[in-house]
Design a protein around this ligand. Structure first.
Ligand code: AMP
Ligand code: MN
Ligand code: MN
Ligand code: MN
Length: 280
């Protein structure tokens, strides 16, 4: 088991624990290296870093950027980013503004199918000034009895072809990778199996990503079965990409993996942290 967790969320995006609670939980579970990777937001990093240092955890500044590539949404994790790098800061602000507009549209669509008050409801879960995402809508819909849990709200209401789905244009792949690398970080494709790309499209993505300066692929994530981890370990090796791992933890009641204690890479992979001693 690795106790390196390079992907998780706090209340700054769609997690249910504050950065402090999250890092304390990681400490309790023996995590030695932790990256906080909130969606499109860097606001939790200072707090998380402070609590991590009090708990002997090596903390990595992270972010998970929403990207549109060939009409699909991809998530690109940035590790070791500089939270003061202005192209990154400004780029994320544009994405968050886009989330606000999309949130209004999601609420309108849900309203058309008879679900009232979802905007206010979602903002109750997002918190004051917080970024708005589908998970916040999902929690409100569960609360209102439209589905039994967050997972089934997504299936019934929030994915393509369902009443509350809204197509949205996120950042470009080249912008996201550019902001991450420009700030001194490493870009990693999050949960690659989730995109269900065929072999050709996957190869195109991996080649384009690498050409833009991207360096890693998540091999171990809660979204992967052991078979998918093996497949993506091979893809990482074949494409000369470094392997990353993370729980994608969102909260005690909503996640498949808890923080840390992540299975080892299934085959020999070059870990994303192989040369980090120099930087840490
Ligand atoms: P957004 O970025 O607002 O479109 O929301 C994406 C987030 O929704 C992901 O990071 C997950 O936290 C959550 N999510 C996406 N798909 C599902 C699903 N099928 N079941 C549960 N949560 C999901
Ligand atoms: Mn999320
Ligand atoms: Mn993601
Ligand atoms: Mn995530």
């Amino acid at each position: 088991m690795l106790n390196i967790d390079l992907h998780c969320h706090s209340t700054v995006s769609d997690g249910t624990l504050t950065p402090t609670q999250l890092v304390k939980r990681a400490a309790m579970r023996g995590v030695s290296v932790l990256a906080l990777t909130d969606h499109d937001d860097l606001d939790g990093l200072d707090e998380a870093r402070r609590v991590a240092s009090e708990n002997d955890i090596t903390f990595i500044n992270g972010v998970e950027i929403s990207v549109t590539w060939r009409n699909r949404t991809l998530h690109i994790v940035g590790l070791g980013v500089d939270p003061k790098y202005s192209p990154l800061v400004q780029g994320l602000e544009v994405i968050r503004n886009g989330r606000t507009t999309r949130g209004n549209k999601i609420a309108e669509e849900l309203d058309k199918s008879g679900i009232r008050g979802s905007l206010e409801g979602a903002y109750c879960y997002a918190g004051e000034g917080g970024l708005i995402g589908r998970t916040h809508f999902a929690r409100y819909l569960v609360d209102q009895g439209y589905a039994k849990n967050v997972k089934s709200v997504f299936k019934k209401y929030l994915v393509r072809g369902k009443p509350g789905h809204v197509t949205h244009h996120w950042a470009s792949l080249s912008d996201a990778v550019g902001w991450i690398c420009g700030s001194g970080g490493q870009a990693v494709i999050a949960h690659p199996a989730r995109y269900k790309l065929g072999k050709n499209l996957l190869d195109e993505l991996l080649l384009e990503f690498r050409a833009l300066g991207g360096s890693g692929l998540e091999v171990i994530t809660a979204s992967h079965t052991p078979e998918q981890s093996l497949i993506f370990a091979h893809h990482a090796n074949r494409m000369n990409l470094l392997a990353s791992c993370g729980s994608d933890f969102h909260g005690p009641d909503e996640s498949y993996f808890d923080l840390g204690l992540i299975p080892e890479f299934p085959v020999e992979c070059k870990p994303i942290w192989h040369d980090w001693d120099k930087k840490l």
